[in-house]
Design a protein around this ligand. Structure first.
Ligand SMILES: CC(C)(COP(=O)(O)OP(=O)(O)OC[C@H]1O[C@@H](n2cnc3c(N)ncnc32)[C@H](O)[C@@H]1OP(=O)(O)O)[C@@H](O)C(=O)NCCC(=O)NCCS
Length: 165
């Protein structure tokens, strides 16, 4: 869409990220201090989409692993409900893949809640594969890693190889 721009974050963006995140259920929301950490210390791997009038309508919060420089992680991804199904999340992901790929990353991982069917379908369409291990459980047809984020907090774990273009 021609009246929209995608850019890397600046520190003050955490305020608008926090507001937009509230429209992105069932995605998890964070304390503002967590958004601030992303926009201050990880701003080269955080992307926002804004309109001409500077209204933010999408964001991606990601970073490169500090223990494996070939792995990047997406913490949160959100597009304003009014602007969905227009390819904007895909644009945010592609920006992220390009930036972390140029820095040597070969894989991107992320997790999502088993109830977030929209996100699961979206990530599968974008070529993410589910990670399975001995803790994998079948939750009504959704394969998730049992207790991934603590007791009872099962998560779907996705990974995409970005070195294969
Ligand atoms: C998931 C989300 C980010 C997708 O954003 P979006 O801008 O609508 O996605 P896009 O338009 O870029 O979609 C890219 C592709 O995925 C498909 N897709 C998008 N949403 C989908 C859905 N709900 N079900 C199935 N496919 C979907 C699109 O059809 C498109 O495929 P196509 O190019 O073949 O048409 C958005 O729905 C959202 O913000 N959800 C709430 C927050 C959230 O759950 N985030 C993920 C967990 S952190």
């Amino acid at each position: 869409m021609s009246n929209l721009i995608i850019r890397t974050a600046k520190e003050s963006d955490f305020i608008d990220i926090s507001k937009l995140a509230k429209k992105c259920s069932p995605m998890a929301t964070e304390r503002d201090s967590i958004y601030h950490i992303f926009t201050k210390f990880f701003q080269n791997t955080v992307f926002v989409i804004e309109r001409n009038d500077k209204k933010m309508i999408g964001f991606l919060l990601g970073f490169i692993s500090q223990v494996d420089s070939e792995e990047a992680y997406i913490h949160l991804l959100c597009v304003d409900p009014f602007y969905r199904k227009k390819g904007l999340a895909m644009d945010l992901l592609n920006k992220f893949f390009n930036v972390v790929g140029d820095k040597g990353c070969k894989r991107v991982s992320l997790i999502t809640k088993p109830i977030n069917q929209n996100a699961i379908e979206f990530y599968e369409k974008l070529g993410f594969k589910r990670s399975n291990n001995i803790k994998t459980v079948n939750l009504g047809g959704i394969l998730a890693i049992k207790d991934y984020n603590g007791f009872g907090n099962h998560m779907v774990v996705f990974e995409k190889n970005i070195s294969l273009k």
